[in-house]
Design a protein around this ligand. Structure first.
Ligand code: MF3
Ligand code: CO
Ligand code: CO
Length: 270
C-alpha cells in the first residue's frame, strides 16, 4: 500500500503517507502556536512591524525557518492585513487603532514541512459589523473543511464556502485561492473558495492543502497596491480571512494548524 504514497495524481496533486502527516502536524502546530502567542501583543498603539518582529523571533527560537522571508522578494515573517486589506499586507510602521481588525498569516518550515495558517485579531473592541464578518469567515472555513473527505471534489469545498457566505449577503474573493503544500509552499491544486458541487479534482486520502477563504462585507473585487503585494478591496469594504493547512484522511480531514490554546475561533479573541 505504501508503494502508492508519494505518487502524483493526474492533476499533479501529491499523495502523502503516515510519516508525512506527522511532519505536517509538527510544522502546523508551530505555526498555530505562534499565532496563539502573538495574540496578547495585538493592542491599540502597536505597530504591525513590531508584531512581525515578534513572530520572526518566535520562528527562530523554535529552530524553524520562515517560508515567507525571501519568497519572491518578500522580506517578512508574516503578512498582516488590516481592515480593507484582503491579504499580503506588509508589516510596517502602521499603528493599530481601537477597533481595527487584522489577519496575521504565518508560514513556517519544520524539518522540510510547511505549516501555513492565518486568523483574525482585533485591536481593542470589535465593532458589530466586523464581528459578524469575522464570524462568518471563520464559519465559512469550517464549512469548507467539513466538505473534505475522499470521494468529494474540490468544487464541493468551494461550493460549501460560497453558498454559506453569500447566504449571509457577504462576498467571496475570487482573486486569491488556497493551494497544495507539503515539502513545498505552493503546489497544485488551486483551492478555489467558490464553485459548483461535483466539479474539480476528486479528493483522495493523503492530499495536503490549505483552505483560506477571504470574505468581504462589500463587493468581491480586489486590487494590488503599487508595492506589488498589498491586496485591498476595490470598494474599501472590510475583509477577513482564516486559513488552515489540512490533510485528507480516510474519513475526513486532519487539521494540522489547530490552535493549541483553543484561540483560533473569534469568540476567543481577548
Ligand atoms: N501565507 C500566504 C498563503 O497563505 C502566502 C504569503 S506569501 C508572502 O499562501 F510572500 F506574501 F508572504
Ligand atoms: Co496559504
Ligand atoms: Co498563509
Amino acid at each position: 500500500m505504501d508503494d502508492f504514497k508519494g505518487r502524483l495524481t493526474k492533476d499533479g496533486i501529491r499523495i502523502h503517507g503516515a510519516d508525512d502527516f506527522a511532519g505536517m502536524h509538527r510544522a502546523g502546530a508551530l505555526a498555530a502556536r505562534i499565532l496563539d502567542d502573538v495574540a496578547p501583543m495585538v493592542v491599540p498603539g502597536q505597530t504591525t512591524e513590531a508584531l512581525d518582529a515578534a513572530i520572526e523571533a518566535m520562528v527562530t527560537a523554535a529552530g524553524a525557518t520562515s517560508a515567507t522571508i525571501g519568497y519572491r522578494g518578500y522580506k517578512h515573517a508574516s503578512c498582516i492585513s488590516v481592515n480593507h486589506v484582503v491579504c499580503h499586507g506588509i508589516p510596517g510602521p502602521k499603528v493599530l487603532k481601537e477597533g481595527d481588525i487584522l489577519n496575521i498569516d504565518v508560514t513556517v518550515i519544520v524539518d522540510g514541512w510547511f505549516g501555513d495558517t492565518s486568523r483574525m485579531y482585533v485591536a481593542g473592541k470589535m465593532g458589530r459589523k466586523a464581528e459578524r464578518l469575522v464570524q462568518v469567515t471563520h464559519d465559512a472555513l469550517m464549512k469548507g473543511i467539513e466538505a473534505v473527505r475522499p470521494g468529494n471534489t474540490f468544487g464541493d469545498i468551494g461550493h460549501a464556502i460560497q453558498s454559506f457566505v453569500e447566504a449571509q449577503r457577504m462576498s467571496v474573493v475570487r482573486d486569491f485561492c488556497g493551494h497544495g503544500l507539503g515539502q513545498v509552499f505552493h503546489a497544485p491544486p488551486n483551492v478555489l473558495h467558490y464553485g459548483r458541487p461535483g466539479t474539480g479534482p476528486r479528493l483522495e486520502e493523503g492530499m495536503f492543502f490549505t483552505i483560506e477563504p477571504m470574505v468581504n462585507l462589500g463587493r468581491p473585487e480586489t486590487k494590488v497596491l503599487a508595492d506589488d503585494w498589498t491586496a485591498v478591496t476595490r470598494d474599501k469594504s472590510l475583509s477577513a480571512q482564516f486559513e488552515h493547512s489540512i490533510g485528507v484522511t480516510a474519513t475526513g480531514a486532519e487539521i494540522f494548524t489547530l490552535s493549541p490554546g483553543g484561540r483560533f475561533h473569534p469568540t476567543w479573541i481577548a
